[in-house]
Ligand binder design. Structure first.
Ligand code: SAM
Length: 263
């Protein structure tokens, strides 16, 4: 049995938290001093991290749009975070008003926000679940008839996998999803790269050590290994800016992004 680091147990304002750091970078108000401390130190080294957070949002919009336009009507947003507009369901519903979106996060604070904001929407379901236990998550999605795994789905894994350490086997997690994804399904991800600014990597690693906001940066080859058996769309695993246009600037923190599919 695998020993996971603990999932967040509610509000602990003294420890940096991934959802709240990201909220701060996106200009939100649902964050505490410990989160702002880490985020501000990130911004001191790489002020463009805030812009990168918005590129990441654009990448998510791109991935949802592409899947919805290809006829996918079921979305699983893994590590969905505190809802920020435009969220996955807003993008999907613009293309198909009957699309179903399940927002998955292990952070009860994220769930509280998501439930308050999305709880009344019949086709959007926020749930608390840990991506590191894919069997439990998939079983719940089946049992509650939230997702029909006989039909194509789009899995969003944006800004999440780098919170899963090697010893927690992110490759096995992705391969478990691949096994249950029907042909025509897609998976979009972003991942913190070891090519990021060295000072940024060292400092953010020290500032978050032992917390759930700790990031495992990976090389492009290591990221590719997480998606064994998937077929990659062009341009493959590249900084997310390359998915969005030719002229977007490079950033100190490099997020690699990819979209892959099950044939
Ligand atoms: N995907 C969203 C986006 O791109 O806007 C939010 C990204 S935020 C940086 C990362 C989110 O992943 C946080 O809300 C965090 O709670 C969640 N997360 C991290 N590890 C997780 C896990 N093992 N299971 C479920 N959620 C997780």
């Amino acid at each position: 049995m695998t020993a996971y680091r603990k999932a967040p147990e509610g509000v602990d304002p003294s420890k940096p938290n991934a959802a709240r750091i990201y909220d701060y970078l996106l200009g939100g108000k649902d964050n505490y001093e410990a989160d702002r401390f880490v985020a501000q130190r990130m911004l001191e080294i790489a002020p463009d991290t805030r812009m990168l957070a918005w590129f990441s949002r654009q990448f998510l919009i791109h991935a949802v749009t592409a899947a919805a336009e290809a006829g996918v009507t079921q979305f699983i947003d893994l590590g969905s975070g505190i809802p920020t507009s435009p969220a996955a369901h807003e993008v999907a519903h613009k293309i198909n008003a009957s699309a179903r979106v399940v927002s998955v996060d292990y952070d009860p604070v994220v769930y509280a926000h998501a439930n308050a904001m999305l709880g009344d929407m019949p086709l959007v379901t926020p749930i608390v679940a840990d991506v590191r236990d894919p069997d439990d998550l998939i079983a719940r999605l089946r049992m509650d008839e939230l997702i029909d795994f006989d039909r194509p789905i789009a899995v969003l894994c944006v800004g999440v996998l780098h919170y899963i350490m090697d010893y927690e086997h992110p490759d096995r997690i992705m391969s478990r999803f691949r096994e249950v994804m029907a042909p025509g399904s897609t998976l979009a991800f972003t991942h913190g790269s070891t090519d990021s600014n060295d000072q940024f990597i060292n400092q953010s690693s020290n500032d978050t050590i032992g917390s759930t906001a700790q990031v495992q940066y990976r090389t492009r080859a290591e990221v590719a290994e997480l998606f064994d058996g998937f077929e990659f769309d062009e341009p493959g695993i590249v900084p997310i800016q390359r998915w969005l246009g030719d002229k977007l600037p490079n950033t100190g923190l490099i997020l690699l992004g990819g979209i892959c599919r099950v044939r």
